[in-house]
Design a protein around this ligand. Structure first.
Ligand code: C2E
Ligand code: MG
Ligand code: MG
Ligand code: MG
Length: 280
């Protein structure tokens, strides 16, 4: 487009691309030191059982507070971490920090941690998880690892082996952002997947788009026949919650129930929100 608009636009455009590249280099440099400088922290977002409104666990979500730019979203810095290999020390820090924090929760409260495809590509994820569980003392049964279809597609056999060993260790596997990738269904029979998280984009349009309603209710039905827990992500309204409950969705996570927060209440069980569907 810049070319079509002529040389002036092109010349105007160039410094802007340069600035973006420079910012990226700067962020990469700063990210290298961010852990050591205590600029990274984790938020924890609660997950609830939909039929009884009971708190089931929290998902750890990484945050970067940059001294100059302020909060930088994971969608900006995670790709940089993945391309540069920084995801390895970063991922280890996330896992260790979250497992340590979860030790302070009631024993039945689960911890969900996201793993990126790059971690499976560059390290032995099974060895990492096993070591962190031993170092922290968190029971494997309390840890749930969230992976995406991207992870499965990149090196299917090696990933199957890793996930199977994790499953045997007692750690459970959740399929994150379900419905956004492809070939998802065939993998469900080959992986020890205990949970499917329906992507927020489907929950967003529940009510306004009859097709997403059909898709979401079908995924819930699929979960029931495969005996896989179904969690809806990004639940923001009472109406969405009521539909999900009506279909028999197992768990919910979203701003309607609780935002990601740096501190988990010391007695999280007292913080159960009003059961949405009862009100609706
Ligand atoms: P995700 O794992 O699907 O996490 C859910 C995202 O949706 C989070 O965004 C969360 O803050 C946001 N969210 C939750 N409820 C609602 C809602 O009701 N409405 C809306 N609009 N958004 C909601 P966040 O924290 O920006 O993270 C984005 C993605 O970055 C995550 O998606 C995950 O893929 C990745 N990520 C975050 N933390 C980590 C981490 O520690 N390690 C790895 N590998 N990836 C992470
Ligand atoms: Mg997730
Ligand atoms: Mg997700
Ligand atoms: Mg998502």
């Amino acid at each position: 487009r810049a070319k079509q608009d002529g040389r002036n636009t092109f010349r105007f455009f160039e410094p802007a691309m340069d600035a973006a590249l420079q910012r990226r280099r700067r962020l990469e440099h700063d990210l290298r030191n961010a852990i050591r400088k205590h600029q990274l922290y984790l938020d924890y977002q609660p997950q609830f059982g939909l039929s009884h409104g009971d708190l089931t666990g929290y998902e750890a979500l990484v945050r970067w507070w940059h001294p100059v730019e302020g909060e930088i979203p994971p969608s900006t810095f995670l790709p940089i971490a993945e391309e540069t290999g920084l995801i390895v020390p970063l991922g280890e820090w996330i896992l260790k920090t979250a497992c340590t924090y979860a030790l302070g929760w009631p024993p039945e409260t689960k911890l969900a941690v996201n793993l990126s495809p790059a971690q499976f590509k560059t390290q032995d994820v099974y060895a990492l998880v096993r070591r962190v569980l031993m170092e922290t003392g968190l029971e494997p049964e309390r840890l749930e690892l969230e992976i995406t279809e991207g992870t499965i597609l990149q090196n299917t056999d090696a990933v199957i082996e890793t996930l199977t060993k994790l499953d045997q260790l007692g750690v459970s596997i959740a399929m994150d952002d379900f419905g956004t990738g492809y070939s998802s269904l065939s993998y469900l029979t080959r992986f020890p997947v205990k949970k499917i998280k329906i992507d927020r984009s489907f929950i967003d349009t529940l009510g306004s788009n009859p097709q997403t309603s059909a898709i979401v209710s079908s995924i819930v039905g699929l979960g029931q026949s495969l005996d896989v827990t179904i969690t809806a992500e990004g639940v923001e309204t009472e109406g969405q919650a009521a539909m999900l409950k009506h279909w028999g969705c197992d768990q919910v996570q979203g701003y309607y129930y609780g935002r990601p927060e740096a501190e988990v209440p010391s007695d999280p069980l007292e913080d159960i929100p009003l059961d949405a569907a009862e009100v609706a």
